[in-house]
Design a protein around this ligand. Structure first.
Ligand code: IMP
Ligand code: MG
Length: 182
């Protein structure tokens, strides 16, 4: 285990099993659809979208969007900024947003309202992790991996200060790691 990790919250085996289940559900729900577009929210989605896409047995396209996150902090500022837009004109596409984690919900709230205006055929959300205690914005999550407690987690795409994304599991960071750098 990485030296900065206090404990493993969700093991690699658990993540893989759950992602396969989500992929199966999505394949079932979108059966017959030939224009499904997975929209990954960079960079936290990186591991999740790759594994999820491989477990969806339908024709699909993939695109990415980047919006500002916490930077070096562990709290959402509530100010959301579009850093990289989609390459695709999503009009008429069945869009499925793929997000690593929903915390306050402010990021996703902003993103959904932006994408809704572009007239997709449908718009749904798939998130790996959810922190229900922290929700501020009222958003609907259609596909969810795990509810987790209010702890700052890293790994499987999630970072702190751009590190730890490469861990194959979700772990809780030792508090001294982020209290030292703030
Ligand atoms: P929200 O706008 O508060 O819902 O924040 C969502 C974004 O904050 C996520 O897409 C992550 O990039 C980041 N985030 C929230 N909680 C965590 C965490 O525990 N670890 C790493 N990143 C997090
Ligand atoms: Mg994110």
């Amino acid at each position: 285990m990485d030296i900065d990790i206090e404990r493993v919250l969700i093991s690699e085996t658990h993540i893989q099993a759950r992602v396969a289940e989500l992929g199966a559900r999505i394949s079932h729900d979108y059966a017959g659809v030939d224009n499904l577009l997975l929209v990954g929210v960079l960079k936290g989605c990186m591991m999740f979208i790759v594994d999820l896409a491989r477990s969806i047995h339908l024709p699909l396209a993939v695109d990415f969007i980047a919006i500002s996150s916490y930077g070096q902090s562990t709290e959402s500022s509530g100010v959301v900024r579009l850093l990289k837009d989609l390459d695709t004109d999503i009009t008429g596409w069945h869009v499925l947003i793929v997000e690593d984690i929903i915390d306050s919900g402010l990021t996703l709230d902003y993103l959904c309202s932006q994408l809704e205006r572009r007239n997709p055929a449908s718009l749904r959300v798939c998130a790996l992790l959810n922190k229900p205690e922290r929700r501020i914005a009222n958003i609907m999550v259609d596909y969810l991996g795990f509810d987790i407690p209010n702890e700052f987690v890293v790994g499987y795409g999630l970072d702190f200060g751009e590190r730890y994304r490469n861990l194959a599991y979700i772990g809780i960071l030792k508090p001294e790691v982020y209290t030292h750098t703030l």
